[in-house]
Design a protein around this ligand. Structure first.
Ligand SMILES: [Zn+2]
Length: 396
């Protein structure tokens, strides 16, 4: 077992003794001691303060040191941007936001990110050398391996733009980029569903998409398009044209613009999904019925998804989640009708609790997962050992 994997055990938030670590890993106590010393020198592990005496000498306890490094999580939306500075446990140390159009292009938007990272670190009285990684969510398809947006429909000028390269020219740290729905799923899980390994977050806004966590791992699929629920076919949309050029897409009947149109047809005034949510909250029976039907349509797809991947929690996020129970009731109706009883027995369908913070928390989680991954920690240990060897050679 490598030091990176030993460290992985210490990430559970509980304090460990050397003896416990030796027992679980099968490593000799002396080996554990050497490796813990290395992790302490890297700052990733610290002696744990809560040790209680058991009669003799209190056992030395160790745990992850969340304040060792900083990461910044960034959420770029269509018309807004938000950033959060966090420690390695995802605790928010500072936040910033701005009204900025993603359509203004990468130079302007990433210029804001560069300035904001510097300002947030300075305001926290830490050094920029404490910054370990940056995570970013973008409102379009992203090739995760390169961090480049691919043909993003609402992001002119961003197609295949080297987002990590732009930021690394200023901050020489890893930059992880993903689409907004995937990071919302990670953020909701980190903030409120840490013990849930199988969950789906569905964002219902101008479009509809899903972030899928299965077996504790975010599922991006072969080319990063997993979870594109908006263009799955539903019966009620058979004759409805979608913005993608096909007919029959879920988005064409159940996303914000479709709901606003349906409400207008029945004489109410609504331009956006947000207006529909306001009408629901104001008690409009027309808007309530429209939202409930959208819930049934979304539920038709969620039912298939439940049968395919058997999540234990389905979280509804995005603007339309503001319609609350009216949307959930429609979704539940379809899911319980169409999914297998065993799959729905313990299935929870809920609205997002992280809400507007889900995306920045998720972007931070993406960065933290990278920084604390066994491979990256192992590489840091090896670099430290090489530096020690070089110093030793220089002395002799
Ligand atoms: Zn479509």
């Amino acid at each position: 077992m490598r030091t990176g994997e030993l460290f992985d055990l210490l990430r559970d938030g509980r304090p460990w003794t050397r003896a416990q670590l030796a027992e679980v890993t099968g490593l000799a106590r002396s080996t554990v001691t050497t490796r813990i010393d290395t992790l302490i020198r890297l700052g990733l592990v610290a002696p744990y303060g809560g040790a209680r005496s058991t009669g003799g000498r209190p056992p030395a306890l160790f745990a992850l040191n969340p304040s060792a490094k900083l990461v910044v999580g960034v959420d770029i939306g269509a018309t807004h941007a938000r950033a959060a500075l966090t420690d390695l446990d995802g605790k928010i140390l500072g936040e910033a936001d701005a009204q900025i159009e993603v359509a203004a292009g990468p130079e302007q938007v990433l210029g804001w990110v560069v300035d904001t990272v510097r300002d947030l670190v300075a305001a926290s009285n830490r050094q920029i050398t404490d910054l370990a990684a940056i995570g970013i969510g973008l409102p379009g398809p992203v090739e995760h391996s390169t961090g480049r947006p691919i043909n993003p429909p609402i992001m002119p000028g961003w197609d295949r733009y080297d987002v990590p390269g732009h930021l690394r020219a200023v901050y020489p740290v890893p930059v992880l980029v993903d689409n907004d729905v995937n990071i919302m799923a990670l953020g909701e899980r980190r903030a409120h569903l840490r013990d849930v390994d199988d969950l789906v977050l569905i964002k219902v806004a101008t479009g509809i998409g899903a972030g899928i966590v299965s077996g504790g791992v975010l599922q991006r699929g072969a080319r990063g398009t997993a979870g594109d629920l908006g263009h799955v076919r539903v019966r009620r949309a058979d004759d409805v044209l979608c913005r993608c050029g096909n007919t029959g897409c879920l988005e064409a009947v159940a996303a914000g613009p479709a709901l606003a149109a349906a409400v207008r047809e029945q004489g109410e005034d609504a331009k956006t999904g947000g207006d529909v949510v306001d009408l629901v909250r104001g008690g409009s029976l027309v808007a309530m019925a429209v939202v409930r039907q959208a819930g049934r349509d979304i539920g038709e797809v969620v039912a298939s998804m439940t049968n395919l991947i058997n999540p234990s929690v389905v979280v509804i996020g995005g603007q339309l989640a503001g319609a609350g129970e009216h949307l959930l009731a429609g979704i539940r109706e379809s899911v319980y009708q169409r999914s297998l009883p065993l799959a729905t027995e313990h299935l929870r369908i809920v609205t997002s609790r992280a809400g507007g913070e889900a995306a920045v928390l998720g972007a931070s989680a993406l960065a933290i997962e990278h920084v604390l991954s066994p491979d990256v920690v192992e590489a840091a240990c090896e670099a430290l050992a090489a530096a020690d060897a070089a110093a030793e050679a220089a002395r002799s």
